[in-house]
Design a binder for this molecule. Structure first.
Ligand SMILES: Nc1ncnc2c1ncn2[C@@H]1O[C@H](COP(=O)(O)OP(=O)(O)OP(=O)(O)O)[C@@H](O)[C@H]1O
Length: 485
């Protein structure tokens, strides 16, 4: 939205862009001269670098080649300005909002359409109704279509999502929804069937490097290692202002650490630059005669520590990781099991959630092949409960490896499933408990035949012949039941 003029509505939840100029962004300025400190400060302008760098055209939208590469359906639709309603599904910072803005800019420059953006985190149903009313008026009076962008659409409840339905269907609005959550669970089926789902991925390290280098250049910072530059032979221009350089290695490190999230990567870059600039301003950096501020790998690492482990505890990643852990243990792959455990714990997962799943696994997948597994898992749960994170991480790791190495048996899991199926599919009233198996604590019960004929096993030295199932289930074997039915 670099060049679009943004005007906020009174409640400030809705953003309408009235004009846009999709020309090249400031990323293409002359790279020859490093930016001087004062100018650099001004350039940031208290704005997140990620916002400043948001591209307006596909030319500067990097990565996502699977959906936007040459000859892809989406690319030709964007280029021909023939946009259907879309759901953009992808992890944070992969470019959903940016793509929606590019589509809008493209459509506006060619066809008579307007773009309205709402965020489902703050907009109410009445905001949505208001937008729809305006869209109807625009279409009726000016023959102008509305592209409605809803960020985090999964946060709208079913009723709110239903509000769009008829208007998407009749073409009053073209809906572009963005979501980090699997739309099959979070977006209602009727709306889903009216939208094309575009799956965006985490940005590759290469795409991230390109995005970061473009940002570095736009700030007038030079990349050491990229050109002929070496610190000793840096431009010793007459200016007394320090000049800023960044090691190419440092840029690559950000690209690796940001986990495919461009916002995270650009924030990391901004933090490193600002920290070094401030240190120079406050005199904490000793500048040599060439007046050079150099940003090295260690400086960017500091700002990005661990923040790259992205893990949405409430979202799909939580289920994906626990499923991967379960399957790795089932497949007896102890390394994969440890890896998925690490992904969850380092991402901030509740250790007791993991521990509960290990208890379940010990019974479901190990079962009678090693009944000690259940004891191990329950102990791991209790120990984690006593001592919490981070100490309990090793306890959980021990249990995960025990379970991965243990022999496996699903006999009990299946047999119990068969019992439930037997009860569920039973026709007619469930059979009574046989009289001889019932207790007879009163005379009346004894008179009615309760406990009559029951053989108390310890009183017999030889195996006892006795039925324990109702007559009609006599001989049933739940361990082979499914095969017989
Ligand atoms: N593919 C891309 N090419 C160039 N820049 C990108 C790309 N994707 C993201 N960016 C940069 O990252 C910033 C954040 O991206 P954007 O807001 O589009 O992410 P998002 O997927 O909508 O994230 P969220 O789900 O967190 O809202 C943008 O302002 C832009 O500077």
């Amino acid at each position: 939205m670099n060049k679009g003029m943004k005007r906020s509505t009174p409640n400030d939840k809705m953003t309408v862009i009235y004009s846009s100029n999709p020309g090249p962004t400031n990323g293409t300025r002359n790279l020859a001269q490093p930016m001087q400190t004062r100018t650099l400060d001004k350039l940031f302008d208290n704005k997140p670098l990620a916002e400043k760098m948001r591209p307006n055209t596909l030319e500067y939208y990097f990565g996502q080649n699977k959906v936007l590469g040459e000859n892809t359906m989406l690319r030709s639709l964007v280029e021909t300005h023939d946009i259907p309603s879309l759901l953009l599904w992808g992890p944070p910072g992969c470019g959903k909002t940016t793509l929606a803005h590019i589509i809008a800019s493209n459509s506006k420059s060619s066809s008579n359409s307007r773009f309205v953006a709402l965020s489902a985190t703050s907009a109410s149903t009445s905001d949505v109704r208001e937008v729809i009313k305006q869209s109807q008026n625009e279409l009726r009076l000016f023959k102008r279509k509305t592209i409605l962008f809803i960020d985090e659409i999964h946060r709208f409840n079913k009723t709110q999502q239903d509000t769009f339905l008829p208007h998407v269907e009749c073409g009053t609005i073209t809906l572009i929804g963005a979501t980090t959550e699997n739309p099959s669970f979070q977006v209602n089926a009727a709306l889903l069937s009216r939208c094309s789902v575009i799956v965006l991925e985490k940005l590759s390290v290469e795409a991230m490097e390109t995005i970061l280098i473009r940002a570095v250049h736009s700030l007038g910072i030079r990349v050491l290692g990229e050109e002929e530059d070496v610190v000793g032979s840096l431009d010793s221009s007459s200016s007394s202002e320090p000049q800023v350089y960044i090691e190419q290695k440092a840029v690559r490190t950000i690209a690796h650490l940001c986990d495919g999230d461009a916002r995270n990567g650009l924030n990391g870059l901004q933090l490193a630059v600002q920290t070094r600039m401030n240190a120079a301003k406050l005199g904490h950096l000793k500048l040599d005669t060439s007046q050079t501020i150099l940003i090295e790998e260690d400086h960017v690492k500091e700002g990005m520590q661990r923040s790259h482990i992205l893990y949405d505890k409430a979202g799909e990643e939580h289920y994906n990781c626990i499923s991967a852990l379960h399957k790795s243990m089932r497949g007896s792959d102890e390394n994969a099991s440890l890896y998925w455990l690490g992904r969850m714990l380092e991402g901030g997962e509740d250790p007791l959630y993991v521990a509960r799943r290990l208890v379940r696994f010990a019974s479901e997948d190990v079962g009678m092949a090693d009944p000690m597994a259940l004891t191990q898992a329950v102990s791991a749960f209790q120990a984690s409960h006593f001592i919490g994170m981070p100490e309990c991480e090793v306890i959980l790791a021990q249990c995960v490896v025990y379970l991965a190495r243990a022999p496996k048996s699903v006999d009990i899991y299946k047999a119990y499933g068969n019992v439930k199926a037997c009860l569920r599919t039973h026709k007619g009233p469930l059979p009574s408990v046989p009289l001889h198996l019932r207790n007879a604590p009163t005379k009346l019960m004894k008179d009615l035949g309760y406990a009559k004929g029951y053989k108390y096993n310890p009183a017999f030295s030889e195996p006892v012949e006795q039925d324990y199932l109702p007559e009609e289930l006599k001989g049933i074997n739940f361990f082979t039941y499914a095969a017989n039915n």
